[in-house]
Design a protein around this ligand. Structure first.
Ligand code: AMP
Ligand code: MG
Length: 472
């Protein structure tokens, strides 16, 4: 059998100004290290010989029907507008319509220079490729919208980062790679026709029920509000919530120096480049609103009557914090076993979080333990939990089956940062056993898997990862 991908491309039909036609740059000695068969089935991709797949997913051979392009976009990076970014180390091979009827992009990341590479080498090293593979698949298993990983190859070449590192290419799959920054680039250049075409395209592809630019804005807001509340509910920190990393489809995209929190603290930051803590855990809702405001500003430039559009856009954006808060409350209610609503619930939840922060309580393990009656062990001072638990136990008397609710809302397994780092170090030495083990266990995050209990442990002092480095 040979590898086939039933491409059905739409982005490559848009005007030439939307992208640069760019083939992936071949690599020396590709070696397939991962292939996601379950995802391949959804995409209608037929796997082929391992060697064939290595050549294709490295970008050395183009599968029939591929129309490789590097997409144009711009964006605010850490709050500062960069008028042109674009795929500097990625090419979109094309799209498929899956068995579920969903159109998805298939993109190679780390596939060589493009016209948008600026000073970059267009490459990726193995570490960030495997990190994105594991974390994006774990995210999917947690039930959180995300790009996914179809394949990973080692290129047999060295890339220079902090030192010489093994090169790699990730094949990633997204509902699309449209970003807030894709709208910003045309708005910034006052290319109203392109902006209109892009808006129509985004609506047709993602939100066919949306009515015009303001309908699109509302739909993106709703999707992003859900997404951010889901991140918060599992302790995920994206790390680089720039507008070019903010997906119109509402998926988690562009995994860089991201991480899941171990012990809970609202100000947690992992990214080595986020020195001011702009993208700290608890800032993520505000940043999502800020990013939506940038989308609003861009979309408005195509409307006939800007005054009333500004009013409508303002109202849409201003409603976002309340929406995130509402979703947050629903999710955290479930995390403490509540399905009914009571006025005091929010205070009960924030009181628990405050106590967790003061007691170095592990975010994931504390919530998981709530459904098992041993959460107090997670607190430096267990009495701090006991005091809280009085009100909680009282509140639970009005619930039917809180244990089941908590177990479905609180994962046992997340991709802990120290495990991800250990996995990368092993892979660099040629040992892929930890990589495969993480993928297997993280595919069922809500199930107790006693044989994998070690993966639930927070890092020891020696294992703590203080900073996570970017993919670049
Ligand atoms: P990211 O950090 O993935 O959001 O990337 C921000 C921008 O930098 C995007 O336009 C990337 O394509 C570009 N970029 C990141 N790393 C590289 C690289 N190694 N070579 C070329 N461009 C890069
Ligand atoms: Mg990016």
């Amino acid at each position: 059998m040979s590898l086939t991908i039933p491409f059905d491309n739409s982005y490559a039909r848009l005007p030439d100004t939307f992208f640069a036609r760019q083939a992936p740059v071949p690599v020396r000695a590709p070696h397939l290290v991962a292939f996601n068969e379950e995802l391949a089935q959804i995409l209608r991709v037929t796997p082929g010989e391992v060697e064939d797949m290595a050549q294709t997913f490295a970008g050395n051979t183009l599968p029939e029907g591929a129309e490789p392009i590097a997409q144009l976009y711009s964006g605010h990076q850490f709050g500062t507008y960069n008028p042109q970014l674009g795929d500097g180390r990625a090419v979109l091979l094309g799209e498929t319509v899956g068995t579920d009827g969903v159109r998805r992009d298939i993109q190679l990341k780390g596939s060589g220079q493009t016209p948008f590479s600026r000073r970059g080498d267009g490459r990726a090293w193995l570490g960030p490729v495997l990190r994105e593979y594991v974390v994006s698949e774990a995210m999917h298993a947690l039930g959180i919208p995300t790009t996914r990983a179809l394949a990973a190859v080692e290129t047999g070449e060295i890339v220079l980062r902090e030192g010489p590192m093994p090169g790699a290419v990730l094949t990633r799959v997204a509902q699309s790679h449209l970003r807030v920054g894709t709208f910003q680039v045309f708005a910034g250049r006052r290319q109203v026709d392109n902006l209109k075409k892009l808006t129509e395209y985004a609506i047709a592809r993602h939100y066919p029920q949306a009515d015009g630019p303001m309908g699109l804005l509302r739909a993106v807001r709703d999707a992003q509000a859900q997404l951010i509340s889901q991140w918060m509910s599992v302790g995920f920190i994206h790390g680089v919530m720039n507008t070019d990393n903010s997906s119109i489809a509402g998926e988690t995209i562009d995994y860089g120096p991201c991480a899941f929190m171990d012990s809970y603290h609202p100000n947690t930051v992992y990214s080595s480049i986020d020195r001011m803590g702009r993208y700290a855990y608890s800032n993520q809702p505000d940043i999502a609103v800020w990013n939506l405001a940038q989308l609003a500003t861009s979309l408005i430039q195509q409307v006939e009557d800007p005054e009333s559009a500004v009013e409508e856009a303002t109202e849409i954006v201003h409603a976002m914090p309340g929406l995130i808060q509402q979703h947050w409350l629903t999710r955290f209610r479930a995390k403490i076993g509540l399905t009914t609503e009571d006025e005091g619930d929010e205070a009960l939840i924030t009181d628990l979080l405050t106590r967790m922060a003061h007691n170095n309580a592990d975010f994931t393990n504390t919530f998981r333990a709530l459904g098992r009656d041993n959460a107090r062990d997670q607190f430096l001072t267990p009495q701090a939990f006991d005091e809280w638990a009085k009100g909680w136990t009282e509140r639970l008397t009005r619930e039917q089956n809180p244990q089941a609710v908590m177990n479905a809302a609180n994962p046992a397994f997340i991709p802990r940062n120290h495990r991800v780092e250990q996995m990368i170090q092993a892979a660099v030495q040629g040992d892929y056993e930890p990589f495969h083990r993480l993928n297997t266990v993280l595919a069922r995050p809500y199930e107790d898997q006693p044989e994998a209990a070690d993966l639930t442990h927070p890092p020891t002092e020696n294992e703590v990862v203080h900073a996570t480095f970017c993919g670049t």
